[in-house]
Design a protein around this ligand. Structure first.
Ligand SMILES: [Mg+2]
Length: 272
């Protein structure tokens, strides 16, 4: 079965594979200490490794401010949607976790530094630490929703055996309603889990770093990298969705996989 987390980590594997290639090409294999490899065009290679994307995400104040801005926008949408009518049943907000609420870029950086590829085992070692920091603005948003009496649902493709550590991580950071976790137990498609919330609560806002956090339709990106799906859903998303940036990995990588695999032919790929 192809699961979302599997597809996500396939993307991560691609990224880390480039990282490994770079470490080898730069003649510095951190695992073996081997420095005998030929010197590469390191700057050129680095553009294709995901290293810059990871460093941008992890260190740049630009990224921190983008998250802060988007969470402030999310607060405005939450308040607008919440006050738009009188609710007979408790409304809910649904947030993705990884790279929406929690920042796992430290795990990505450790993989690069260790010359290590992603594995589910090392990922779960990371999540078991319950040490991921909150992304800027996330805590204040969730606290606002909680103060309004809105149900806060954390819907993630972390797996169910990561439940305790994930809840602990969120609680340590002060996130409200941290027990409201909907993690992956079979499919990476979040549609059924969203529907299980919608059965009992009107969902007034969704937040995620991947359009699949809003609709599974975004797994189909056959035309202009999914521009047709985006156009079809844009009006609904303006009201009910806030997207956060994740250049490190994600659904966006799938249609550009040929360019990632052959960066020397990236112009041909994009022009054809
Ligand atoms: Mg995510």
């Amino acid at each position: 079965m192809t699961t979302r987390i599997a597809s996500r980590f396939t993307a991560k594997n691609t990224f880390i594979a480039y990282g490994l290639a770079a470490l080898t090409l730069t003649g510095c294999n951190l695992e073996t200490g081997d420095t005998a490899m030929p010197q590469p065009e390191s700057t050129h290679q680095a553009h294709h490794l995901g290293v810059k994307a990871t460093l941008y995400f992890h260190t740049s104040i630009e990224n921190k401010w983008v998250y802060q801005q988007l969470y402030e926008l999310a607060e405005q949408k939450l308040l607008a949607n919440f006050t738009a009518q009188t609710w007979e049943t408790q409304p809910a907000v649904i947030l993705d976790i990884d790279e929406t609420v929690l920042d796992n870029s430290r795990y990505e950086i450790e993989n690069i530094a260790l010359g290590r590829t992603y594995t589910l085992e090392t990922w779960k070692e990371w999540t078991a630490r319950a040490a991921a920091p909150a992304l800027p603005g996330a805590l204040a948003f969730c606290q606002l929703a909680d103060s309004l009496g809105v149900k806060v649902i954390y819907l993630s493709n972390r797996e169910v055996d990561e439940t305790d550590a994930t809840q602990q991580n969120l609680e340590q950071l002060g996130f409200p309603q941290a027990a409201n976790l909907l993690l992956k137990f079979d499919s990476s498609d979040k549609t059924a889990r969203r529907a299980s919330v919608q059965e009992n609560h009107p969902v007034i806002l969704y937040l995620g770093d991947n359009f699949r956090d809003f609709s599974e339709d975004f797994s189909k990106r056959n035309q202009q990298f999914g521009a047709d799906v985006l156009e079809a859903l844009a009006d609904s998303m303006r009201t009910y969705f806030v997207l956060f940036p994740n250049p490190m990995y994600g659904e966006w990588e799938k249609p550009v996989a040929p360019a990632l695999d052959s960066p020397d032919r990236i112009v041909d790929f994009l022009d054809n």
